[in-house]
Design a binder for this molecule. Structure first.
Ligand SMILES: [Zn+2]
Length: 127
């Protein structure tokens, strides 16, 4: 980590077949946006502006060659915890199954996998 990018939260690198590349930086303060190349210089609109610029430049033929978090400990979403016995799909209709940590069948309560398509379900060992 260099001094130079310690204030940067996320970087988008845009490329174009003929035009110069554009770099968009979202700063760690969550609202400062700096654009290098292109005709935008800087705004304080945060991620909303980044999306706006990405859309704007996409319409001009740019695409995102790469984007990566530079300093971003806060926006990492935790993986949802799921038990290991997830069915590949519903054996009845093939739809994916979703996990209910506390399913009540009327006679029993516990972790279960429920088909999102039909009413098929199977009890789970839980987490
Ligand atoms: Zn089903």
């Amino acid at each position: 980590m260099t001094e130079h990018d310690s204030h940067v939260q996320h970087t988008w690198n845009l490329t174009h077949p003929v035009a110069d590349p554009i770099t968009i930086d979202l700063w760690t303060d969550g609202y400062s946006v700096r654009v290098e190349g292109g005709d935008e210089q800087s705004t304080e609109g945060g991620r909303k502006d980044v999306d706006r610029f990405l859309e704007k430049y996409a319409l001009r033929g740019y695409w995102v060659a790469s984007d990566y978090a530079v300093n971003d400990p806060h926006e990492l979403e935790p993986e949802p915890e799921l038990p290991d016995d997830q069915p590949d799909g519903c054996p009845e209709c093939g739809q994916p199954c979703e996990y209910k940590p506390l399913y009540d069948s009327g006679t029993k309560e516990g972790p279960a996998w429920l088909c999102t398509g039909c009413r098929w379900r199977v009890w789970s060992v839980g987490i």
